[in-house]
Structures are given as C-alpha cells and as structure tokens.
Design a protein around this ligand. Structure first.
Ligand SMILES: [Zn+2]
Length: 161
C-alpha cells in the first residue's frame, strides 16, 4: 500500500475518520467510509446500526449502497473505499461482491477488538465445520431449491453478475 499512498489518499482517509467521529456524536458506532471513483467522492457513510436498528448498517455497506445507486450499477469496479477501520467479514464480503479495486483503512481489527468490536470470532466460525458453529445450521430440501438454479441457467433475460 505504501507505494500508492498519496496526499489525496491521506485526505480521503481523514474524511473517513472524520465521519467516524461524527457517527459517535450522533450515537452510532465509531466507523466511517468514503467511496471514490476517478478521484471524486461518490458516497460517504457512517455506522448506523443503533440509529436504525439495522445490524447490517455498517459504514461500508451504507457507502456501497449509495455509490451503487448514484452510479446506477451493481459493479463498483474502478472505485476505491477509504475506511476508518479495517473491514469486518460482512463488509469485506460486500467489498468483494461490489468489485471495489482498492481498500484503504486506518485503524485495525485488533484496535476495534480492544474497544469491544470483536469480529475475530466470525473469521473463526467461517473456517469451522457447520456442526461446530455457534449458530445451528440445518440443510433441507436441496433438490427443490435447485429448481431456481436451473431456471436461472435457462433464463434468457438474466443479468449476470
Ligand atoms: Zn462491517
């Protein structure tokens, strides 16, 4: 990351940090995110989990949703995301799904863990066999569900992504 860090990157990561502070003032979690394309800010967001009673309302998710809406595409290739803290597994997944090219972050997972935002157990859970996870997983009706997959494969008006 050192090789591509510029003054502009510092400004943008500072904006993400600023959003994280604003979030705390509003009663939200201390996280902010900014998405940038071609050097311009496309979207900004902060953690709104407690504000909207939405466990998925992390800063990164809010910023991805707004960027996709503004750019009118589900494909955020060519975008970078600046985050006040290293992303959790959910946001990391969303960043991959959105095809964002670059991630810049300030504080780390272990910094977040130190103030009670521990996501390391999720990384551990992912690597565990299903029957050893804390949440009960049961598989049923696979064949019936595969009908939608067959319909997708055969569909002529599908939008691949
Ligand atoms: Zn997250």
């Amino acid at each position: 990351m050192k090789d591509s860090m510029s003054e502009k990157d510092l400004l943008l990561i500072r904006r993400a940090i600023e959003l994280s502070l604003e979030s705390v003032k509003r009663g939200g979690g201390p996280f902010g995110a900014v998405i940038v394309k071609n050097g311009k800010i496309v979207s900004e967001s902060y953690n709104q989990v407690t504000l909207h009673n939405d466990p998925t309302a992390h800063a990164e998710i809010g910023a991805i949703r707004e960027a996709a809406r503004k750019l009118n595409t589900f494909d955020l290739s060519g975008c970078s995301i600046y985050i006040s803290c290293e992303p959790c597994p959910m946001c990391l997944g969303a960043i991959y799904w959105a095809r964002i090219d670059k991630v810049f972050f300030a504080s780390t997972r272990s910094d977040a863990e130190n103030i009670g935002f521990d996501d390391s157990f999720i990384y551990e859970e992912i690597s565990r066999p299903m029957n050893e996870r804390k949440i009960d997983f049961k598989q049923l009706l696979r064949e019936e569900a595969l009908e939608a997959f067959r319909a997708w494969e055969e569909s002529e008006n599908k939008i691949e992504y």
